[in-house]
Write a protein that binds this ligand. Structure first.
Ligand code: GLA
Length: 755
């Protein structure tokens, strides 16, 4: 790992783990040019890559050329209104109402380690030796703006974490209207664009499209990163696929409005940008004030998408997520939402908990409906006091009763919201966002709290802590169930264009206060499922609810998209009933269990109303989770086949860091007639070791027929690879032969262990 600046060539270079990122400063004026991002380069001068020897020459040599120069030059910090007609990285309105800005390099600083970003989620290092940072200072004296572009590399990781900060160093205020977290220009060479898109209940589906001339973007203006789009862009070089070829990924460490785009210019230069969405954004900076844009993570891989995924997982597990729970085995939980919805009381909860405890479940999560007078979604958000009619003795009694049966308690909150029918709203109607003279839009019958205001945050925090202090609460589910509309504040002097971001900062601040006050609390974020499952929330909570769709087959696609970026250890995955409440599909209990093993494992059902055969499988499933939990949490993830792509089957593998053990999950979604076995290559193992393969889940081998029990002829076919010693090299290239299984929604868990 090394960051260098060459005085004579004016080239900045960041080198880590066989990756190079390079920039240069143009001679006379000091534009910051992008030179290169990709495989590690050899030593020697690379300034020849700047293209300043080509027409149009440097801008300052001839004012007439400036426009064409800027419009063609690969840049790192394109300004606005002065000749680059592509999308700007920074835009402002100055005190005279003028918009021109072009920051030019004035200095830089290189140091070991990495600094924190106040108030925002950010990557970090434990020790200064783990990371190096380059800060480049750029100025535009005409506006009085100073920009600091920050670049951090981490030891052993093919990633560059970027961010940008702007300071008013002049004498007049100006208003910032856009600041990208990252902007870079590089050659278009036929890359395809990968994005993750979806909707409620079907989050993070892959979409891969060619990059055409013009601009392609994904964005959110919902105040959350959203179910619909995700702050991520992947660029796949020609020929790149799951495990081969070059891929560049860019992921924003932020949970609010964002814009992520690529723009292919007339000269086939690709500009990739990501940051807070500029639409409606305005942040006034008085002299001396600064604005910090969130971080964006850039990853380069020459092992296809899989390499990008493993770099992101390692970066997030080691340099973004912080919880003491991160590397710990999480309690197996049971959540009462899909079991009871709002219709529960102490007795019902305890009945669920008792049976669950007998099966090895360790934590009961009491979901929505325990507070105020909330028996449906019409009331009480904001009134975080326990409903004693449902829970006599309060949360304290519930936690004590659970303690007696060896179970811990978790509680659901939705701290950012307020019901019009709540004591809080009646006392403080001005604490909800709304525009003067307009009735705010209700979504799920609720309004959004103006968390830009400290007094609002304090009031909510005090209510939550009163509940948490009253009992032994091990876990909190922090939910957020609507998009933001009517974002108008009734606070004195509130700047309209700053509110979406201030709301996000307020939410982050509340979560920070919560985990600081309860350092051992296991926090799970949620937003109607995965509406805010992003790198930003991972800074606060080690796990996030992935989707409200808990059907195991739907989950294959949702979990594929989610785990493409985020560690399995963060992915909330629970077993729910069959037929699924979401899609009505009948899926065997073992298959549901195998799919949920890929995340933080738990149940989302009333165990007392399960078919006996399903309930009887729970202890075995819990045992599987304990057996493979650490491997799933810490291992390297390989996607082998995608049901979203092939519409028939799904397959993925997790390999331990020392390559002594792997777990392969095979799900045959649909059975086809007259098929032979499928050859499945098993990557990631030590090529020079021998491995023994066995079926990991005894439940699929016994007689209990839940639609997924292996038939004797199926086991017979698997003898081609079961209990034999096969080398890692052979497994990687020739693979194993997975027999066709009879029936739909079948699954097999395969353990591969070094001999
Ligand atoms: C959201 C969550 C669910 C559940 C409900 C409760 O939809 O995603 O898991 O907590 O809210 O209202």
């Amino acid at each position: 790992m090394k960051i260098s600046y060459q005085e004579d060539t004016k080239v900045f270079r960041l080198d880590a783990a066989g990756m190079t990122y390079a920039m240069s400063v143009t001679d006379e004026e000091g534009f910051l040019s992008h030179l290169y991002f990709g495989a590690g380069l050899g030593d020697g001068d690379i300034r020849y890559l700047t293209r300043t020897q080509e027409m149009p020459w440097l801008a300052s040599r001839n004012d007439r050329d400036r426009g064409s120069f800027l419009d063609a030059q690969p840049q790192e910090c394109p300004g606005n209104g002065l000749g680059d007609f592509r999308s700007s990285a920074v835009t402002i309105i100055d005190s005279k109402g003028q918009r021109g800005i072009q920051p030019l390099v004035t200095g830089h600083r290189i140091y070991d380690g990495k600094e924190r970003l106040e108030g925002l989620p950010h990557t970090w290092c434990r020790d200064k030796s783990e990371a190096m940072t380059l800060e480049i200072t750029l100025k535009d004296p005409s506006v009085g703006a100073e920009l600091i572009l920050c670049y951090t590399i981490f030891d052993g990781l093919r990633a560059v974490v970027r961010s940008a900060r702007i300071r008013n160093c002049g004498e007049q205020a100006f208003t910032l209207t856009k600041l990208c977290s990252c902007s870079l220009d590089f050659d278009y060479t036929g890359q395809r664009l990968l994005t993750l898109n979806g909707s409620w209940g079907r989050e993070k589906r892959k979409q891969i499209l060619p990059v055409g001339i013009g601009t392609q973007s994904v964005s959110s203006l919902r105040g959350i990163s959203s179910h619909q789009a995700h702050p991520f862009l992947g660029l796949l070089s020609e020929g790149a696929d799951q495990e081969q070829g070059e891929v560049i990924g860019c992921n924003l460490v932020y949970s609010g409005n964002f814009l992520a785009q690529v723009e292919r210019s007339q000269f086939d230069v690709l500009r990739m940008q990501m940051g807070i969405h500029p639409e409606g954004f305005a942040w006034t900076l008085a002299p001396g004030e600064s604005f910090q844009a969130p971080e964006a993570v850039l990853v380069w891989s020459d092992e296809g998408l899989g390499g990008m995924t493993r770099t992101l997982h390692n970066l997030y597990r080691n340099h973004l997520m912080r919880s003491p729970w991160l590397h710990r085995e999480r309690p197996v939980l049971i959540n009462n939402w899909e079991a009871t919805f709002f219709d529960f009381d102490l007795e019902k909860l305890l009945a669920i908990a008792k049976r669950a405890a007998q099966s090895g479940v360790e934590l009961l999560v009491m979901d929505d409906g325990w507070f105020g007078k909330r028996n449906d979604d019409n009331s009480s958000l904001g009134d975080w006091t326990v409903n004693e009619e449902k829970l006599p003795g309060g949360v304290k009694r519930l936690s004590e009763e659970l303690g007696r049966i060896g179970m811990k308690l978790g509680i659901w909150f939705e701290p950012e919201m307020i019901s019009p029918d709540s004591d809080l709203y009646r006392a403080h109607p001005d604490w909800a966002f709304s525009y003067d003279g307009r009735r705010p839009c209700r979504s799920r019958n609720q309004y959004v709290l103006d968390l830009s205001r400290k007094e609002v945050r304090d009031a909510i925090f005090d209510q939550i802590t009163a509940v948490l202090d009253s009992a032994d609460v091990a876990y909190v589910k922090w939910d957020m169930n609507r998009a933001l509309t009517d974002v108008g504040s009734h606070a004195e002097g509130a700047e309209a264009g700053s509110l979406f971001h201030r709301f996000m900062l307020g939410t982050y601040e509340l979560q920070e206060r919560l985990i600081t006050r309860y350092p051992d609390l296991l926090l799970e974020n949620c937003s109607s499922g995965g509406g805010r499952y992003d790198a930003g929330t991972l800074f606060y909570s080690p796990q996030v609810w992935t989707s409200d769709d808990t059907d195991a087959i739907e989950r294959l696609t949702i979990q594929e998209g989610t785990s493409m970026l985020y560690p399995l250890s963060s992915m909330g995955a629970h077993i729910s009933v069959s037929p699924s409440q979401c899609v009505g599909r009948l899926v065997p209990m073992t298959t549901r269990g195998h799919v949920a093993l890929a995340g933080t494992f738990g149940y989302e059902l009333d165990i007392n109303h399960l078919p006996e055969a399903d309930a009887a499988m729970i202890p075995g499933q819990v045992a599987l989770y304990h057996r493979f939990g650490e491997l799933m949490r810490e291992g390297d993830y390989y996607r082998i086949a995608s049901y979203q792509d092939n519409h028939l089957f799904d397959c993925y593998e997790v390999v331990s860091g020392d390559k002594t053990e792997a777990l392969l999950t095979w799900v045959q979604v649909l059975c086809e007639p007259n098929r032979r076995s499928k050859r499945i290559r098993v990557p990631g193992l030590d090529p020079d070791r021998s491995y023994r393969i066995e079926i990991a889940d005894p439940a699929v081998q016994d007689d209990r027929w839940d639609g997924n029990a292996l038939r004797s002829e199926e086991i017979e076919c698997m003898q081609s690879f079961l209990n034999r010693d096969i080398s890692g090299r052979t497994l990687a290239h020739a693979g194993i032969l997975m027999p066709k299984l009879r029936g739909d929604f079948r699954s097999v868990l395969i353990r591969i262990a070094a001999v």
